[in-house]
Design a protein. Structure first.
Length: 121
């Protein structure tokens, strides 16, 4: 499945569109891992747009941004992210709005949880 992301950086007068990495599954069959890849790819695309020389594999934290899933007028839904750097919109994706919202919420919630400790108290 191929999709693109539109990026607008604060202080810029134009948006840039870049492709997202391909996801093997169709959106209706996405797993939490697929959604994590999409969100991470969107954030990395924004980072590259603001700092073209940045490491393309730089670690990404899935926190510190607002997100929403919106219907797209031509069908499907889009994912919109907003952070202090700017905004990004990816899609459209052929998946129910409520299903994608639930998947994103699970991924974002999981990223906020501290890593499991192997320490026994």
């Amino acid at each position: 499945m191929n999709a693109s992301v539109d990026i607008w950086l604060r202080g810029e007068n134009h948006a840039t569109t870049v492709p997202l990495p391909a996801i093997a599954r169709q959106p209706g069959a996405w797993t939490e891992e697929d959604v994590r890849v999409v969100l991470t790819s969107m954030l990395r695309a924004m980072d590259r747009a603001s700092k073209p020389d940045s490491d393309p594999d730089r670690p990404v934290a899935l926190r510190g941004f607002s997100w929403i899933v919106n219907p797209f007028e031509a069908g499907g839904v889009v994912i919109a992210l907003e952070l202090s750097l700017g905004a990004a919109v990816a899609g459209p994706f052929d998946i129910a709005e409520r299903d994608l919202t639930k998947l994103i919420q699970k991924v974002v919630d999981a990223a906020r949880m501290p890593p499991a400790s192997s320490t026994v108290h």
